[in-house]
Design a protein around this ligand. Structure first.
Ligand code: SAH
Ligand code: SF4
Ligand code: F3S
Length: 495
C-alpha cells in the first residue's frame, strides 16, 4: 500500500489565521494528505503567516530558514508560504528570492485557489506565486474545513477592514470589508450545532460593522445577525471578535443582554487611554465615549467581563499619555489585557510619524502595564474563590488527569473529572486560586447527568523539528549528505 502523504501547517497570528489553517487543512485532506507534527515527516509544509508586528515576521523568516536543510534531504517536499506576510507589497518576490527552495507563495485572498496552486505545482514541477488584491474572492469559500479546535468552531462573518488605524497593517493585507450573506452564516452555525460543536465564535476584524444581506436582499446589521445566531435550540455559546469601541451599538448591547447563548465576556480593545494618542491612531473615539460604552455594558449586563488590547510606545506617547492608559485599565478592570510594544509597519502612516518612542522606554512602560495588569487580574481572580460558575468543558489532559474548561467570561479553569465530561456544560466551584490561575471542583452530581463520550478533534502541537531532539541529528546528517554530494559533483566536473 502506498504510504499516505503528510502535511504540516504552521500557523502564526490571530484566530482568523487559525481558522484559515483549518480551511487549508481541508484542501490538503481532500488531496489525500494526512497531518503530521513536524517537517522531517512532511511531504508538504504550509506557513500561514502574520505581519502584525516585526517580531512575528522575524520568527517566520527564521522558521522558513530552518527548513532549508530538511528540503536538501527531501527535495520533493513542497514548501508553501501564504497569509498576511505574503500579501504585503513585494514580499512574494522577496520570499522567492531569499528562500529559493520555497515552491508556492499565495496571499490572503487566494485561499480558495490553494487547491489549484498545489495541483499546478505537482503536475508541472514549476513554482507558483500568486497574490491578488480582489478581496471578494473570499466569499467564494464554501470550502471543506478540517476543524481542529475541539468544542470550538470559528465562523467568518466578514473579511477585511476599512478602519486604517495608523499603526496597523491589516487593512493593507486583508483588503476592504466584505460581509458574508446572513443565510450562509446561519446555515453554517446550524450545521455546526447539529454536529455537536458547543462554542461558536463569529470572526471579523471589526464585527460591529457587519453589513450583510438577508434572503430578500435587505441589509442585516450585526445586532440582527447576533440575535438570529442566538435563536437555535439546544445548549451552546456564542462569542464574537473583535468589537471596535466606535461601532459597538446600544442595539447590540441590548441583544447580548437579552440573549440566551451570547457570552457576557466581551473583547473591547482600547489601545490607549489618551485622547491625543487615540486621535493620531485614527481610532475615531475618545476615552469619554469608551467609558460610556463600558458603563452601558455594565448597566445592561451586570455580570459582563471585558478584555482588551493595548499598544504602548505609539509615536508621540508621553509619560502623561501612558499614565492615562493605566487609568483606563483601572477603570475597566479588565479580565485579560494583551499589551504590545508599538512596532513599525511598512507603508502605514505611523511608520513615518515624528517622536517615535525609543525601545527602552517602550519596554519600561510595557513592564509597568504588565504589573498593573497582574494586580487587577489577581484581585478579580481572588474574588472568584468559593463561587460556582457554569463551565464548558473543552479538553482533557491525560498526563495531568485534569479537565480544562472555560467560563462565560472566557477565563480558563481546570478541575478533576472523567474524560466524558468534554463537551458538557457543568457547574464548577472555584476551590483554589493561584495568581490568575483558577482550580475548581465539579458541583453537579455526575450520576444524574448521563454523560456519553464525544469525539472532538483537539488542536495538535506542531513544530518544525521533532520534539524529541532527533531533529538535530537529521540536520547534521543532511548537511553531511549535501557535503558528500557537492564533493561528488566537483569530482565529476574535474574529470
Ligand atoms: N481588528 C482587531 C485586532 C487587530 S490586531 C481590532 O481592531 O481590535 C490585534 C492587536 O494587535 C490590535 O488590537 C493592536 O493592539 C495590536 N497591533 C496592531 N498593530 C500593531 C503594531 N503595529 N504594533 C503593535 N501592536 C499592534
Ligand atoms: Fe487594524 Fe484597526 Fe482594523 Fe483592527 S480596526 S484590524 S486595529 S485597522
Ligand atoms: Fe491576523 Fe496577523 Fe493577519 S493578526 S489578520 S494574521 S496580520
Amino acid at each position: 500500500m502506498e504510504k499516505s502523504k503528510k502535511y504540516l501547517i504552521l500557523t502564526y497570528g490571530c484566530q482568523m489565521n487559525v481558522h484559515e489553517s483549518e480551511k487549508l487543512a481541508g484542501i490538503l485532506e481532500s488531496n489525500g494528505y494526512t497531518h503530521c507534527t513536524d517537517a522531517t515527516n512532511a511531504d508538504i509544509v504550509v506557513f500561514n503567516t502574520c505581519a502584525i508586528r516585526e517580531n512575528a515576521e522575524e520568527k517566520i523568516f527564521g522558521n522558513i530558514g530552518e527548513l532549508k536543510n530538511i528540503k536538501l534531504a527531501k527535495p520533493d517536499m513542497i514548501i508553501a508560504v501564504g497569509g498576511c506576510m505574503s500579501q504585503q507589497k513585494n514580499y512574494a518576490d522577496e520570499i522567492m528570492q531569499k528562500y529559493p527552495y520555497v515552491d508556492i507563495v499565495f496571499g490572503t485572498h487566494n485561499l480558495a485557489d490553494f487547491d489549484n496552486f498545489l495541483k499546478k505545482r505537482i503536475s508541472t514541477g514549476k513554482k507558483v506565486s500568486e497574490i491578488t488584491e480582489d478581496e471578494t474572492i473570499a466569499l467564494r469559500d464554501q470550502m471543506l474545513i478540517s476543524r481542529t479546535s475541539g468544542v470550538n468552531a470559528w465562523v467568518n462573518i466578514m473579511y477585511g477592514c476599512n478602519n486604517f488605524c495608523t499603526y496597523c497593517i491589516v487593512p493593507y493585507v486583508r483588503g476592504r470589508e466584505v460581509s458574508r450573506p446572513e443565510q450562509d452564516i446561519l446555515n453554517e452555525v446550524k450545521k455546526l450545532l447539529s454536529e455537536g460543536y458547543k462554542q461558536i465564535t463569529l470572526l471579523g476584524q471589526n464585527v460591529n460593522s457587519y453589513k450583510g444581506i438577508d434572503e430578500n436582499g435587505n441589509t442585516v446589521s450585526f445586532a440582527k445577525l447576533l440575535s438570529d445566531v442566538d435563536g437555535f435550540d439546544g445548549k451552546y455559546r456564542v462569542r464574537f471578535m473583535t468589537s471596535h469601541p466606535k461601532d459597538l451599538s446600544s442595539e447590540t448591547i441590548d441583544v447580548i443582554a437579552k440573549s440566551k447563548h451570547i457570552c457576557h465576556g466581551i473583547h473591547l480593545p482600547v489601545q490607549s487611554g489618551s485622547d491625543k494618542i487615540l486621535k493620531t491612531m485614527n481610532r475615531h473615539y475618545d476615552i469619554e465615549r469608551y467609558k460610556k460604552v463600558v458603563n452601558e455594558i455594565r448597566e445592561k449586563i451586570p455580570d459582563s467581563e471585558l478584555t482588551t488590547d493595548i499598544i504602548v510606545g505609539f509615536p508621540g506617547e508621553t509619560e502623561e499619555d501612558f499614565e492615562k492608559t493605566l487609568e483606563v485599565m483601572r477603570f475597566a478592570k479588565y479580565m485579560q489585557i494583551f499589551g504590545f510594544n508599538y512596532s513599525k509597519r511598512k507603508g502605514t502612516p505611523a511608520e513615518v510619524m515624528p517622536n517615535q518612542v525609543d525601545y527602552k522606554t517602550k519596554q519600561e512602560r510595557l513592564s509597568r502595564l504588565l504589573n498593573l495588569k497582574n494586580e487587577i487580574i489577581y484581585k478579580k481572580t481572588a474574588e472568584m474563590l468559593g463561587k460556582t460558575y457554569e463551565v464548558l468543558v473543552e479538553s482533557y489532559d491525560e498526563n495531568k488527569d485534569l479537565l480544562f474548561g472555560s467560563l462565560d467570561s472566557g477565563k480558563t479553569i481546570s478541575f478533576k473529572g472523567p474524560k466524558n465530561c468534554v463537551g458538557e456544560f457543568l457547574n464548577v466551584r472555584v476551590k483554589e486560586v493561584r495568581k490568575s490561575v483558577i482550580y475548581g471542583e465539579i458541583a453537579d452530581d455526575l450520576e444524574t447527568l448521563n454523560l456519553t463520550e464525544k469525539t472532538f478533534k483537539q488542536p495538535i502541537q506542531v513544530s518544525i523539528l521533532p520534539k524529541d531532539g532527533s531533529g538535530m541529528k537529521i540536520l547534521r546528517q543532511n548537511k553531511e549528505n549535501k557535503r558528500l554530494e557537492d564533493n561528488e559533483k566537483s569530482k565529476a566536473k574535474n574529470k
